[in-house]
Write a protein that binds this ligand. Structure first.
Ligand SMILES: CC(C)(COP(=O)(O)OP(=O)(O)OC[C@H]1O[C@@H](n2cnc3c(N)ncnc32)[C@H](O)[C@@H]1OP(=O)(O)O)[C@@H](O)C(=O)NCCC(=O)NCCS
Length: 197
């Protein structure tokens, strides 16, 4: 059985994908208030896992600008930035799943990043979203490879990528700036053999 279905776009979205319990949507800038609400609610929880953001990042006007940029990148096939909600409460954003820096040509690859609402952890939501999101990217973008970079101390995220089938391919020292300093990351990769000739 397919792990996702493309559905009629949710209000303020230009692409909506449904999984067993979730909706993944690429939103227009008009959804900035809901995005901001999610980011503000989770600011302290996300801080140890993301780059440092100023107070301005947590405002509706700034998020409107980010959504505008996301939409531009979506329309130019360089990113698919999903916001996650449950089917039960489609208006409330509970997470983010972003396939970014899509490279075509001989590479057909992208990076993936994600985060969840603190209160929605421990339900398998991110596993469900990541599995469906990767299936979607493999099917509709014909990607051959998706890369996830995870700090070796981030046990929950390591479990999510491993359960999705990502394979450890390397270890990058002082790789990405997280919470104010460059941190080591384990490189995980999911390949799509169905596009190999
Ligand atoms: C990383 C992060 C998304 C993981 O969240 P999570 O809730 O652990 O992951 P899932 O949504 O896939 O849920 C998995 C857990 O739900 C449990 N679960 C409950 N019901 C489940 C179901 N129906 N299906 C699958 N798992 C279920 C699993 O047992 C698992 O718990 P365990 O890891 O203790 O065994 C979250 O901790 C987060 O947002 N962290 C901050 C940002 C971050 O680290 N991002 C990643 C950077 S690389």
């Amino acid at each position: 059985m397919a792990r996702f279905e493309i559905v009629h776009p949710l209000p303020e979205s230009c692409l909506s994908v449904q999984t067993k319990r979730l909706l993944l949507a690429v939103y227009k800038p008009s959804a900035a208030a809901r995005v901001t609400d999610y980011l503000v609610r989770n600011r302290a929880f996300h801080t140890p896992f993301t780059q440092k953001h100023s107070d301005r990042y947590f405002t509706v006007s700034e998020q409107k600008a980010y959504l505008k940029s996301d939409l531009y990148q979506y329309r130019h096939n360089s990113q698919v930035g999903f916001w996650i909600s449950t089917i039960e409460e489609p208006d409330v954003i509970i997470g983010r799943l972003s396939f970014y820096s899509i490279i075509g040509g001989a590479m057909m690859t992208s990076f993936v990043g994600y985060h969840l609402d603190e209160k929605c952890q421990g339900k398998g939501y991110m596993l469900e979203a990541l599995q469906a999101g990767c299936d979607f990217m493999f099917k509709y973008y014909r990607l051959h490879r998706i890369q996830a970079d995870v700090m070796p101390t981030n046990e929950k995220s390591l479990r999510v990528v491993q359960k999705t089938g990502f394979v450890k391919m390397g270890y990058n020292v002082r790789y990405m700036e997280i919470d104010g300093s460059y941190k080591d990351h384990v490189m995980y990769v999911l390949l799509n053999p169905s596009v190999e000739k």
